[in-house]
Design a protein around this ligand. Sequence first.
Ligand code: 13P
Length: 245
Amino acid sequence: MTNKYMYFIANWKMFGGLNSLNSLNRVINFFNKFKKSKFVKIIYCPPNTLLESMSRKLKKSRIDVGAQNCHEQENYGAFTGSINPIMLKSVGAKYVIIGHSENRKMGETDKLINLKIKSTLKSKLKVIFCIGETLKQKRKRMTKKILDSQIKLGLKKIKNKKDILIAYEPVWSIGTGLVPKNNDLLETVKYIKKKVKNYKVLYGGSVSSNNVNQLKLVHNIDGFLIGGASQNSKKFIDIIKKTYN
Ligand code: 13P
């Protein structure tokens, strides 16, 4: 794993205010000195309220900024409370997370996700496309079927592979401290990569500095989408360091 190109994406979810940006100094300093930095892509996805100030702060670093969701319409419109990809781009976002299970749970459908992916790509932003099964689905051995359908519908009529990262996030592992067994994860990622060739596939769900030594052994993973642990710079840096140890 030592010399593999890996993504480390911080999803801050609905956390963080302006003073949270100070914690990035530690990450910027670490990354400037990190010997393996050419193998590492760091992307911070803060809440929209911090996008602009975070982009400014990270301007001189090689760390990118992304948003956590967007409206499906590419341009302006009368949609109270919504933000389109162009607006995200204008404040420095380069990526958008789409299809996160926390949004699927709120009613986001595969069809809507597909529209969001299309308009994000059209706006020349990259997509972090989340898929994953619930515990109930896992227990019923439906994981592959669910992933199949999320991929098929979410990526319908989309040819662009280089601007989409797939994040496999089993819903039951998000925020629970549970992670899949290495063999299961290896097999699931292999399955996804067979279904949609030439996509990068990341893993997300309770990634921490305590379990990354184990997770990094799953050699077909192209990186991690990190929630809770990414809000703490030290823990986030530890995850990167341990991955390359
Ligand atoms: P946790 O790392 O907090 O489990 O969150 C994972 C996640 O949802 C990232 O998108």
